[in-house]
Design a binder for this molecule. Structure first.
Ligand code: S0N
Length: 289
C-alpha cells in the first residue's frame, strides 16, 4: 500500500485560526483549519477551569462543528482542549443551576446533549485528541467522537454520582457498547479515574502516545483517513450509528442511501421525467440479483 501511496507525512500541520463563526466572535473555543489539508480543529479554551464547558462553550463548539460539516474541503475534525492538563472536565459546576447550566441569558439548559448528537451525526470522522483529564461530560464527549488519540498523561472517568449528575443517554449506553456492561457499570457506579493504559486496555481509546507527540499522531491519523473514500467513511459511520440509534440511526443511514441514489441515472430519471412532464422510463435499469 505504502509503495503505491507513499508514507503519510509526519510534518506538523500549519493551522489558520478562524475567529468569527456564525457571525459570532468565538470567546471560549479556538477554531482552526490546517492549511492545504482537510482537517479542522476545535479546542475548548478554558484551561484555568480544566476546560469545563458552559452553555456558551457548547454553543460555540456547535457553530464550529456546523461550519466544519458544511465546508466541503474539510474531511476530518479534531476535538481537543487547550493546554496539556485537560481535554475537558465536563459541565462547569459553578454555573450549574436547577434546570441545567445557566448561560448569559439566565436560562438553564443541557445543550451538551444536542452537541453529542451533532458530533455523532456529522458525516465526517471526528477525532478526540486527549491530553490530561477527560472527565464527566468531557469524558462523554471523547466517547462520542469516532476515534480517541490519548496522550500518556490522559486520565478518564465519570464523576456524576459524586457531584449529583448522570448521563443516562449515550454517556451510559454508548459506553457499555464500547467497553462492555460490567466495565461501564464499574466506571459509573464507583466513579474512579483510569489512566491512559487502562483506557487502552478496555477499548476506550484507540492509541496512547507520548504527550509531546499527541498532535503529530492525531494529524497522521486524520491524514490517513483523508486518503480514503469519504463516502465509504460516512456510510460506515452511519451504519455503526444505526446499530445503536434505532429509527434515528436508520434515518441517518437511509439518508446516505438517498444521497447515493440522487447521484445515479436511475434516481435522476424520475426527477427528469417529472420536470419534462412525461412518464418515467425505468426499463433500462437492471434489476440486479
Ligand atoms: C478535572 C479534575 C480531576 C482536575 O483536578 P486538578 O488537576 O487537581 O485541578 P483542580 O484544582 O481541581 O481544578 C483547577 C480549576 O478548575 C476548576 N474546575 C475543574 N473542573 C471544573 C468543573 N467541572 N466546573 C467548574 N470548575 C472546574 C477548579 O474548581 C479549579 O478552579 P480554582 O483554581 O478556581 O479552584 C478536577 O478539577 C475535577 O474533578 N473537576 C470536576 C469534574 C466534574 O465533576 N465535572 C462535572 C461532571 N458532570 C458533568 O459534566 C455533567 C454534564 C453533562 O455532560 C451532562 C450529560 C448528560 C446529561 C446532563 C448533563 C449535564 O449537563 O448535567
Amino acid at each position: 500500500y505504502e509503495r503505491i501511496h507513499g508514507q503519510v507525512s509526519r510534518r506538523p500541520a500549519f493551522w489558520r485560526k478562524i475567529e468569527v463563526v456564525a457571525k459570532e466572535q468565538l470567546q471560549e473555543v479556538i477554531y482552526e483549519k490546517a492549511v492545504g489539508e482537510g482537517i479542522a480543529k476545535i479546542a475548548i479554551n478554558r484551561p484555568e477551569k480544566r476546560n469545563a464547558f458552559t452553555p456558551r462553550t457548547v454553543l460555540e463548539m456547535s457553530w464550529c462543528f456546523a461550519d466544519a460539516r458544511d465546508d466541503p474541503k474539510i474531511g476530518a475534525i479534531i476535538l481537543t482542549g487547550t493546554g496539556t492538563q485537560a481535554f475537558c472536565s465536563g459541565g462547569d459546576q459553578t454555573v450549574r443551576g436547577k434546570g441545567g447550566y445557566v448561560g448569559e441569558d439566565n436560562v438553564p439548559r443541557l445543550n451538551v446533549l444536542d452537541l453529542q448528537v451533532q458530533i455523532r451525526r456529522l458525516p465526517k470522522p471526528v477525532v478526540a485528541m486527549v491530553a490530561g483529564f477527560a472527565v464527566g461530560g468531557g469524558h462523554i464527549l471523547h466517547m462520542i467522537c469516532d476515534l480517541t488519540i490519548a496522550a500518556d498523561n490522559a486520565v478518564f472517568g465519570q464523576t456524576g454520582p459524586k457531584v449529583g449528575s448522570f448521563d443516562a443517554g449515550y454517556g451510559s449506553t454508548h459506553m457499555a457498547r464500547l467497553i462492555g456492561q460490567k466495565k461501564a457499570r464499574e466506571m459509573w457506579f464507583l466513579s474512579r479515574m483510569y489512566n491512559a493504559q487502562q483506557a487502552l486496555d478496555m477499548g476506550l481509546v484507540n492509541t496512547v502516545v507520548p504527550l509531546d507527540r499527541l498532535e503529530e499522531e492525531t494529524v497522521i491519523w486524520c491524514r490517513e483517513m483523508l486518503r480514503n473514500s469519504p463516502t465509504a467513511l460516512r456510510v460506515l459511520k452511519a451504519a455503526m450509528n444505526a446499530d445503536e440509534d434505532g429509527q434515528a440511526g436508520i434515518q441517518e443511514l437511509g439518508g446516505n442511501a438517498t444521497l447515493l441514489f440522487y447521484h445515479s441515472e436511475e434516481g435522476d430519471e424520475g426527477r427528469q421525467a417529472y420536470v419534462d412532464r412525461r412518464a418515467p422510463d425505468f426499463s433500462r435499469f437492471p434489476r440486479l440479483p
